[in-house]
Design a protein. Structure first.
Length: 94
């Protein structure tokens, strides 16, 4: 963890992949939010064409696929990187 004056603390996250979200087909069940180990999914304030809020992805996704496994609407797709990528993300208060 590193910290510079006047900035939020950051943490390095090694990622082996990431996800995409088909927000148009999401029905807003929110099962993915607590299932996400790095806690990088939050529900949007906007709604899709069906009137449902959908998950938004923030930096720090590890591509673990937990969201994919719990989603009843199959709105997630997992992509694997050939080489792991290290990302600096701000440390959020839980």
């Amino acid at each position: 963890m590193s910290e510079t004056p006047m900035s939020e603390p950051t943490v390095s996250i090694k990622s082996r992949g990431t996800i995409t979200i088909d927000a148009g087909h999401c029905k807003g069940c929110e099962l993915c939010i607590p299932a996400c180990p790095p806690r990088v999914l939050t529900m949007s304030t906007a709604v899709n064409h069906m009137g449902y809020r959908y998950p938004e992805l923030y930096p720090g996704c590890t591509g673990c696929g937990a969201c994919l496994y719990v989603c009843p609407d199959f709105v997630f797709e997992v992509y694997r990187f050939e080489q792991p990528v290290v990302t600096e993300v701000s440390e959020r208060k839980q």
